[in-house]
Write a protein that binds this ligand. Structure first.
Ligand code: ADP
Length: 202
């Protein structure tokens, strides 16, 4: 079953490793973190996340990007868009993000991640202060008017089932570390706000 815990009788123990997260992060000269971008399709998550990745790279930081759409081509190719599959999609992304944090990286996640409980689960996987929830906020009308991939038009025509905002719900974060209204804040300014957020907590 998806997401099942390993049975207790499988003699699994966790291997103790002498090289730890702290040592790896120190070697990279940074504090690892997860920058978790959530929001409706077309809100601007990937656009802003890409700019943040570029700016961090220029600043000499070591990052890795987990883009929800891209991950669905590989690791999560077996998953669809039912609520259960969305939960599993985010669980896997969160676990991979945790591994990259353990490697010392600043992980940039761009995924609709519509449910509170899944984002909270991702937050709980890492240490306090390592998880930054960034709500890329734009109204459904704004996202639909942009429709960069033509998905809203197709969803309205009934050609896409379980489409977030139309036929599947989106639970907006109540207390994100940062909320960016992309109807009024341009992408460049938004990326700078994310960098300032990270800086303020280092
Ligand atoms: P998401 O990853 O949330 O689905 P994308 O980044 O793929 O969204 O697409 C957002 C679209 O909105 C892009 O075409 C982008 O150019 C446009 N856009 C307009 N204003 C902004 C803004 N302030 N921030 C980010 N994207 C914006």
């Amino acid at each position: 079953m998806l997401g099942a815990k390993p049975p207790r009788d499988r003699n699994l123990t966790r291997q103790k490793l002498s090289l730890d997260k702290q040592a790896r992060a120190a070697a990279l000269g940074q504090k690892p973190a997860i920058l978790w971008f959530t929001g409706l399709s077309g809100a601007g998550k990937s656009t802003i996340a890409n700019l943040v990745a570029e700016k961090l790279h220029v600043a000499g930081k070591h990052t890795y990007m987990l883009d929800g759409d891209n991950v669905r081509h590989g690791l999560n190719r077996d998953l669809g868009f039912t609520d259960a599959d969305r939960v599993e999609n985010i669980r896997r992304i969160a676990e991979v993000a945790k591994l990259f944090v353990d490697a010392g990286l600043i992980v940039i996640v761009s995924a609709i991640s519509p449910f509170h409980s899944d984002r909270d689960m991702a937050r709980q996987l890492v240490e306090p202060g390592e998880f930054f929830e960034i709500h890329v906020a734009a109204s459904l009308a704004t996202c639909e008017a942009r429709d960069p991939k033509g998905l809203y038009a197709r969803a309205r025509q009934g050609k896409i089932a379980n489409f977030t905002g139309i036929s599947s719900s989106y639970e907006a974060p109540e207390n994100p570390e940062l909320r960016i209204d992309t109807a009024v804040v341009d992408a460049e300014t938004a990326a700078d706000q994310v960098l300032a957020l990270l800086q303020a907590h280092r």
